[in-house]
Design a protein around this ligand. Structure first.
Ligand code: GRF
Length: 192
C-alpha cells in the first residue's frame, strides 16, 4: 500500500476521487495552503488534514520548511510514499522539490507543454484550441515542466466557457490521476 499526502487549495474533486478509490494506495493526510472547501472530503473520509498558510510564516522558505516537516511526519520522503499536488495553487520552492523528488507529482488541466502555469483553461480558450486535456507529471524546479507520466485529451466544444471546459477536463482528470497513482503504487510506472 502506497501512502500519499495530498496538497490542495480548492474544491478537492481530485482529492475526493483519490479518497474514494478502492486501490493500492491510501491517502494518509491532506494539507491545504488556505481554508479550502475540499478539506471537507478529508473529514468525510476520516483522514487527518491541516492548513499551512504562507501568511503565518516569515517567508516562502519558512513556509515550505513547515510544509515539508509536516509531510515527513506522515512517513513520506524522497524514498517512500508520494506527495500528490491536486489543485494546489502554489509553486513549491526548489529546496522543497529537491527534498522530496522524485516522489512528488502534480495534475495540470492542459496538454503540457501547452499552457503551463495558472489559468491553463482560460489560456486554452484564448488560443482557440480545439483540443484540451490533462497532464499528470512529476514536479521539478520549473512550473509544470516535470517529466510527464500520463495524459488524456478532452475536446473543446463551441460555446465553451472556462467553467464548462474545466468541468469536462476534471471529469477526465480524476480517473487519470487515480490510475496514475495506482500505477506508481504497483510499480508499473517508475518515478525517475
Ligand atoms: C484541477 O483541474 C487541477 O488540475 C487544477 O486545479 C483543479 C483543481 O480542482 N490545477 P479540484 O480542487 O481537484 O476540484
Amino acid at each position: 500500500m502506497l501512502d500519499i499526502v495530498v496538497l490542495i487549495s480548492g474544491t478537492g474533486s481530485n482529492l475526493r476521487a483519490l479518497l474514494a478509490a478502492d486501490s493500492n494506495f491510501k491517502v494518509v493526510a491532506v494539507i491545504a495552503d488556505r481554508p479550502a472547501s475540499g478539506l471537507e472530503y478529508a473529514a468525510q473520509y476520516g483522514v487527518e488534514s491541516s492548513i499551512i498558510e504562507p501568511k503565518n510564516y516569515a517567508d516562502r522558505s519558512a513556509w515550505a520548511a513547515a510544509l515539508g516537516t509536516k509531510i515527513k511526519s506522515y512517513g513520506v520522503s524522497s524514498s517512500q510514499g508520494l506527495i500528490v499536488s491536486a489543485g494546489f495553487m502554489r509553486i513549491l520552492p526548489p529546496e522543497f522539490v529537491a527534498a522530496f523528488s522524485p516522489r512528488i507529482i502534480n495534475t495540470h488541466p492542459s496538454l503540457l507543454p501547452l499552457y503551463p502555469g495558472a489559468n491553463a483553461v482560460a489560456q486554452t480558450l484564448a488560443a482557440d484550441a480545439r483540443v484540451s486535456g490533462v497532464t499528470v507529471h512529476q514536479i521539478d524546479a520549473g512550473v509544470d515542466t516535470g517529466r510527464q507520466l500520463a495524459q488524456a485529451q478532452v475536446p473543446v466544444v463551441t460555446g465553451d466557457t472556462v467553467d464548462t471546459l474545466h468541468a469536462r477536463i476534471k471529469a477526465a482528470e480524476q480517473p487519470l490521476l487515480v490510475q496514475t497513482v495506482s500505477d506508481i503504487a504497483a510499480g508499473r510506472l517508475q518515478l525517475l
